[in-house]
Design a protein around this ligand. Structure first.
Ligand SMILES: NC(=O)c1ccc[n+]([C@@H]2O[C@H](COP(=O)([O-])OP(=O)(O)OC[C@H]3O[C@@H](n4cnc5c(N)ncnc54)[C@H](OP(=O)(O)O)[C@@H]3O)[C@@H](O)[C@H]2O)c1
Length: 390
């Protein structure tokens, strides 16, 4: 597969990664106990109408307070299907999200690259002080042109220069939460933390986090400079973090931000047996969506739809309400390029499961084994990496 073809096939990768290996292109206290308590609106069910969707619930990631549902803007420069969304519409969605109570916006230098930071920066400028913005460094993105190169770069000097670029594009003097997008196997995490410490001392970074990191690296990073949040894939479709990452976050008092909380649209019911992914849609490369595995995995979508009926809400809201119910320090960042979907998604904060419901839902989930991998092997190789010892 050529680098170009890979680019075409992997939006997430496109958005977040790129490495060339072997000549072939291959492509996030006592936590929170009460401090992380969520202030939820009273309603246990939310209607199907999204017209009045508004979010007032707040959660804490470490010391950072954010709306209990955020907005990921990764797709706003291009979608999985390689369509370039209309910029004015993306701007309208972000602004409306803010007007509806969303205060947590997720981007990265690799999204676009650079362009999603520009879009976000342009929209939030008038209300910058009222929102929490994140960005991420770590993929090999040319600092000037945004061109993608192979592999990862987390050298301290590069991080500092990358942050200067982010501040310009985001039209701000500080980034509330800066993540290392993937662990660089060449750079000790202590050196990365050192760069972030310097940036913090200058007031350019307020908090930091890691994404898809190895567990030892998270411990070392946190020992060096307290980590505010981990951002890794987590949803009803991919429950990997439950085994070790979430317990470690709980132990260390680190918040958790699930990416792809809607299972890259699968959990919304948008994908069925008949869906054929376009060339350029990275989901085509994920074996969990192969026709054989999909036919099996659709049992999960049927379950989500059943619960949507039961709670008189939408599948997307069920998927995210379930995430919110796992821990009070979890804040999903659904991505969308459609106003109606953004309004649907923020309504998830109003969907509450009582203890019996949660038990029933979890029991049903336990009976559905998901077949296939969440990512191609070459991409998965960038996850759970441990940084070298200093
Ligand atoms: N740290 C990392 O490595 C990493 C990796 C991936 C993503 N992320 C972050 O996580 C964010 C979200 O992830 P994601 O976009 O990959 O996956 P996602 O949020 O699970 O799913 C997005 C997909 O679901 C569709 N969708 C959204 N809301 C919907 C609704 N209410 N009903 C029906 N369909 C709906 C979207 O299509 P429409 O556009 O048509 O709504 C899009 O196809 C990204 O924007 C990014 O900020 C981080």
């Amino acid at each position: 597969m050529t680098k170009t073809v890979f680019d075409e096939q992997r939006r997430k990768f496109i958005g977040t990664s790129m490495a060339v290996a072997s000549g072939a292109a291959v492509a996030g206290s006592g936590l929170m106990g009460s401090a992380h308590a969520q202030t939820q609106p009273g309603s246990a069910n939310s209607g199907r109408s999204t017209a009045a969707a508004q979010i007032s619930a707040r959660r804490k990631l470490g010391q950072l307070e954010v709306s209990s549902i955020g907005l990921g803007v990764q797709n706003m420069a291009r979608t999985y299907q390689t369509i370039v969304p209309a910029r004015p519409e993306m701007i309208d969605i972000i602004r409306t999200a803010y007007e509806r109570g969303v205060t947590f916006f997720d981007t990265a230098e690799a999204y676009g690259p650079h362009e999603c930071e520009r879009i976000l920066g342009e929209v939030i400028a008038p209300f910058r002080d009222k929102v929490v913005i994140t960005s991420k460094f770590g993929w090999n993105i040319d600092l000037e042109t945004g061109a993608r190169g192979p592999g990862l770069i987390s050298r301290p000097d590069h991080i500092k220069r990358a942050v200067e670029g982010m501040l310009g594009r985001l039209r701000t003097d500080r980034i509330d939460l800066l993540y290392q997008h993937r662990v660089d196997p060449q750079v000790p995490i202590e050196d990365v933390a050192g760069a972030v410490k310097d940036l913090k001392a200058q007031g350019k970074i307020l908090h930091w986090g890691l994404s898809e990191m190895g567990l030892k690296t998270l411990r070392r990073a946190h020992a060096e400079l307290p980590v505010t949040a981990v951002q890794s894939e987590y949803s009803m479709l991919w429950r990997g973090p439950e085994k070790e990452v979430l317990p470690l976050c709980q132990e260390l008092g680190i918040g958790f931000v699930p990416w792809s909380p809607l299972g890259v649209a699968f959990l919304t019911g948008a994908i069925d047996e008949k869906t054929s992914f376009a060339d350029g849609d990275f989901r085509k490369t994920e074996s969990r969506f192969s026709p054989e595995n999909r036919a099996h995995n659709l049992a999960l979508v049927r379950l989500v739809k059943t619960w949507a009926e039961r709670k008189q809400t939408t599948p997307a809201r069920i998927a995210m309400a379930w995430l919110l119910a796992q821990k009070p320090w979890i804040v999903p960042i659904p991505g969308t390029t459609q106003m109606a979907h953004m309004l649907d998604n923020i309504g998830a904060a109003e969907v509450v499961f009582d203890a019996d419901e949660l038990q029933a839902l979890n029991a049903a989930l336990k009976n559905i084994a998901i077949l296939g991998e969440r990512l191609p092997a070459a991409v998965l190789a960038f996850s759970d990496v441990e940084a070298p010892v200093k």
